[in-house]
Design a protein around this ligand. Structure first.
Ligand code: UD1
Length: 418
């Protein structure tokens, strides 16, 4: 078992950079099976989830090579269309391979995906959209079989702007006959990155970044090289980690506009932030101020930053209120934060955070990816030693987070095998 051990009480200062985006890499790696050729990707984070996506591709028949942030995928010889249950269970985003398989082979068989337990995470919107595209679905002993003779462009109105469903529709329809329009599409920057990647591969997609995306089916795709966008959630996590310790940060490789709601909230808490091209400078106040947050689909405040802010606000001056509007059960980490002395109460979708003067080190367990990162942040300011267990969750989504924090002056180590 791997654990993080954090000794709190150090002000973080210095310069670091943001790795490639996890949530952009996953659909783009899945999409690489569409061209039946060579895809070269740069700036892919070396984390558990990208490894799982590559494993799925290898299982299906792709050849893959990885060298730091560079990945080469040869998808010429895909033979299988069935994704093994154990790989589907590893992470929720495995479902994105279904759209890519439908695009390439017009069929896919899979079981319900797993992932972090942050509430029921159905895939009904994905399945409804596939049916609208002319795919026949059959469910049998926990497996879903999707098959179509011809995927035909159509109008799809999403009931909710689901990120995964929007991406799956894009992947399933780029080689379809005719035009597909997604109304009420998710507008997240990762969807723009996927559109840019697919268009570079020869697709004809317009509108990503708005709530209306149009995909004109093409008959052929080509080899492609692509540089993955920076991870806005990692960027936000690093900014909050430094802000919480009263420190100072130069953060490189960011797209500032992706971070607008996060920057705005950090400023409300008293931080001074300067933007220069792809670099952000943060100067934290001695004591952060409380603020209120509502998570929303992009361009609203991201749900993935909710636990990070809760952790940061637990020692701010005053009472903060957070409302989680995207996932129904995203407060599991709160029990662990309260063990460290935080004063957070939950009522349905609302968390009330009464700022305390200090947190104390404790033995805590990561409950999910972002909730786990929130515990690292708490450990950075807690008095004494914090041991975080179940850090496999954190390793799913953060590349070298402990090294980056150490370089800024944190005392954190990753301990293996206890
Ligand atoms: C993606 C992100 C995740 C982020 C989330 C919301 C990736 C790999 N993951 O997840 O980090 O927290 O967007 O910004 O990009 N829903 C349904 N039915 C569906 C699909 C979704 O009810 O068929 C619900 C979900 O249960 C959830 C909400 O819609 O309550 C948002 O989910 P969605 O936008 O699909 O998130 P993911 O794509 O899973």
């Amino acid at each position: 078992m791997k654990t993080y051990i954090v000794e709190g009480g150090r002000k973080l200062e210095g310069s670091t950079y943001v790795s490639g985006s996890k949530n952009a890499s996953l659909p783009i790696i899945a999409a690489s099976i569409l061209n039946g050729g060579i895809t070269k990707l740069y700036n892919v984070p070396n984390i558990h989830d990208t490894k799982i996506m590559l494993k799925i591709l290898e299982y299906l028949g792709c050849k893959t090579k990885r060298n730091n942030g560079k990945i080469v995928i040869d998808s010429k010889n895909i033979k299988l269309h069935e994704i093994p249950e154990e790989l589907m269970r590893e992470m929720r985003s495995s479902v994105i391979i279904v759209g890519a398989l439908l695009g390439r082979l017009k069929q896919a068989t899979f079981s319900y995906p797993g992932g972090c337990d942050i509430g029921s995470r159905p895939i009904d919107l994905h399945l409804k959209a596939f049916e609208k595209l002319g795919v026949e679905l059959e469910e049998e002993s926990g497996f879903i079989r999707c098959k179509s003779d011809n995927i035909i462009g159509t109008q799809i109105q999403l009931d909710f702007p689901s990120v995964g469903a929007t991406e799956n529709i894009m992947l399933a329809s780029i080689l379809a006959k005719g035009e597909t329009v997604i109304a009420n599409a998710a507008m997240e920057p990762e969807i723009v990155d996927l559109q840019n990647f697919l268009n570079k591969m020869g697709a004809n997609i317009k509108g990503a970044g708005t709530n209306n995306i149009t995909i004109n089916g093409v008959t052929k795709l080509k080899d492609v090289s692509y540089n993955i966008m920076p991870d806005r959630i990692e960027a936000g996590t690093l900014l909050c980690a430094v802000a919480l310790t009263g420190g100072k940060l130069e953060l490189k490789n960011v797209v500032p506009e992706h971070l607008t709601p996060v920057i705005h909230k950090l400023e409300e808490c008293g931080c001074i932030i300067k933007i220069e091209k792809d670099t952000l400078y943060l100067q934290a106040p001695k004591k952060l101020k409380a603020t209120d947050i509502k998570t929303m689909p992009y361009p609203g405040f991201p749900t993935d930053m909710q636990s990070i802010f809760a952790s940061m606000l637990s020692t701010a001056k005053g009472t903060s209120i957070i409302v989680e509007n995207i996932f129904e059960n995203r407060y599991k980490y709160v029990t662990e934060l309260n063990r460290m002395g935080a004063k957070i109460t939950i009522e349905g979708r609302t968390a009330v955070i009464k700022g305390v003067r200090k947190l104390s080190g404790a033995n805590v367990k990561a409950t999910d990816l972002r909730g786990g990162a929130a515990l690292i942040l708490a450990g950075l300011v807690a008095k004494g030693k914090t041991t975080i267990m179940n850090i496999e969750y954190i390793l799913r989504g953060y590349e070298n987070i402990e090294k980056k924090l150490r370089n800024l002056g944190a005392k954190i180590i990753l301990k293996e095998g206890e």
